[in-house]
Design a protein around this ligand. Sequence first.
Ligand code: BGC
Length: 824
Amino acid sequence: MAAHPTPTGPTGNEATDDELRDLVARLTLEEKLSLIVGEDFWSLPEIPSIGLRKLRVSDGPVGVRGVTWDERDTSLLFPSPTALAAAWDPEVTRRAGFVMGAQTRDKDIHVLLAPTVNLHRSPLGGRHFECYSEDPLLTARIATAFIEGVQSAGVGATIKHFVGNETEDDRMSYDSRIDERALREVYLVPFEEAVRTGRVWLVMSAYNQVNGTTMTENSRLVNDVLKDEWGFDGVVISDWLAVRSTEAAAAGGTDVAMPGPSEVWGAPLLAAVRDGRVAESLIDERVTRVLRLAARVGVLGDRRPAATTTPADAVVTLRAIAAQAMVLLGNDGTLPLDPAALSRVALIGPNALRLSAQGGGSAHVNPAHVVSIPEGLRAAFGDGVELTLTEGAFTHRALADLSLDTAVDPVSGEPGLRAEFLDAEGAVLSSEHRLGSSLMFWPDNIPAGATVIRLRTTVTPTVSGTNILDVRGAGRFEVDLDGATRTIDMTLPEGTDVIEAIMRPEATRIEVEATAGTPVPIRVDFSQGGQFFMAALGLGWADPRRSAEAELAAAVEAARAADVAVVVVGTTDDIESEGFDRADLALPGRSDELVRRVAAANPRTVVVVNAGSPVLMPWRDEVAAVVWAWLPGQEGGAALGDVLTGVVEPGGRLPTTYPAAAADVPIYSTARVAGGHDYGVQAGHIGYRAWALGTAAPAYPFGHGLGYTTWSYDEVTVKGDADGVTVDVTVTNTGARPGREVVQVYLETPDGTLMGRPEPIRLVGFTALDAEPGARTTVTVPIDAHTLSRWNTEAAGWTTTPGTYTLRIGRSLGDLPLSADLVL
Ligand code: BGC
């Protein structure tokens, strides 16, 4: 029976079991219980008598936000996790994790709520962009490196959401019905590797049920598998508000209920312990874990948090990762562009004007600056190239935030707006100057007694005519504008996921007849029928617009008059977000028509797709090149400039299969059936393994990505047996440019089945390399024994089935020129 490698020794800050036992013995029952429930939204309390200081946590996978959601508290914004996975390079992710961990320290936070390792089961999953891949091995390798990077900065990483949380609709209640083999071989793989190899300090228990038991109460998976079998000694922290019972959640293995105060784990848990319904020893065990974590992050006794600080070159790192992760899906030779050979480039598209640098949801952070695409391309092309800019299609549901160039806070007279909290009598409880017009308040940031949030600003339009104001939020608005008051009621139905209500607020547009240079005072009162729990609201603005048809025609004209057209289409943060799934895979609005008409007008049309998860690209064979740019983070525009001009090779490979048509996708719908999701469809397989069971061919296979050079796969040598294998692969860079290649190794069983189930080809290893033109390079791809074994449900363990397998080696699942036998 093959086993995972066992964890190595403790970190420098590690507390001994004796020390922890002594500390727990010094706590009262009330103190112990205070340590397993949030003191507020983001922290655990201090207990000075045992030398315990406050421990703060914060989201999340694209950067560390901090304990407020506020444009004045800025964070580095990283490329989205799908982009990190596309680098297919644990060293890249380790570096990203370290930089993010370092900024976590700068913000005086101890735990980062990342990475997200649920798998790409359906491409409609709302948080697809926030997860890594459809492949468990790739996810595990990327996640483990990320965790090691974060924790090397002295910060706890939190792998989430344990487990079966692949989609967002009804996530609080749906039941993921997953058989043991699929659980072990697919969904638990990243968690197991993160615990056993990455020694992760926290695991977040998910909202959903698995096999009939909600995950915060799922003793079998949390106590038996995670803690006992894998030896996890860290903290199981609940997803926010996921603990919904007293005794069952206490027995179920969740250690800390977040956030606090908790209606079910506060006084009711105290009563349950006093009555003997919950054993105090069980609470002691949870407190021990919390104190062990406190020692690790340096908030216990003499231990201090690591002194790591954000590296001075962090922004350079973000730009390099964003560029390296971009995937060149197709190219007729138009790319890379030589600026010296160009005089005019038409930059076109809704996402060219408004880059989606990140997705929506709790992962959101507030970057100090985002390099826009026009900014990035102007810098890349230089002054010798004229860059024209046309939106082409209006695809955004919400308008752009108010601009600091045109909006002024009437109180301070500074650019921005005034936000005030009022009580029921209209008294102002607090008042602040804000720089952004998308506002989000956690419970801790709302003054007690506040029932109204008032926004005031004065906008001075720059274009006369019909300007547009939009008002966003789940609730009731009184809008004072032009001397009139309008009431807009956008209250969401009872039972809507609170996060959905916040992340995808309704938007109402108001036309404003305005004259350039004449100020328009605006006052907006927002209420939700009582005191706020959390609140999100926003204002947006658009200059007068052409009709949709005229806008499209202008784009076509701009393309016709240019040497090259660069069309940037994609999703937005209210398409890819949390709390809800995507409705379909189509690009929004008239994006497809825009691409087709521009491509018809200019044969040198390069399409850039700015999205974190698959979209349909029906025009993909009608354009000169397609660059998949992901949600690239704050350096997105600069990274795109690097890639289009060839300063950096787009070195990414798809971590997920991209379909040609929705009907081809083996697991598509995210709607519940009989209260849940049957993970047993497609023989328990997902991604390319589920595709392999059908006949449809995808638009782009798993692992695909072209780069700017070409490669030959020359030789393969396999050494080893069931205890572990190394595969030496020799490749040659046959093109004229230096390049980056990801050598991928897949395994096929002798007859496509294993232990009574279809067993399609699967990824077992990969290694990235860089090579100069003409260079012949040999890389070693290690495959550990565990990867070669499969879960044997009858034996309740991992076994390796003897036989002659085939290793297939190449640059994507669609291009595997080498093969070799592997005798196990
Ligand atoms: C999300 C978690 C997140 C938490 C705190 C939840 O809604 O599912 O991923 O860490 O909120 O923001």
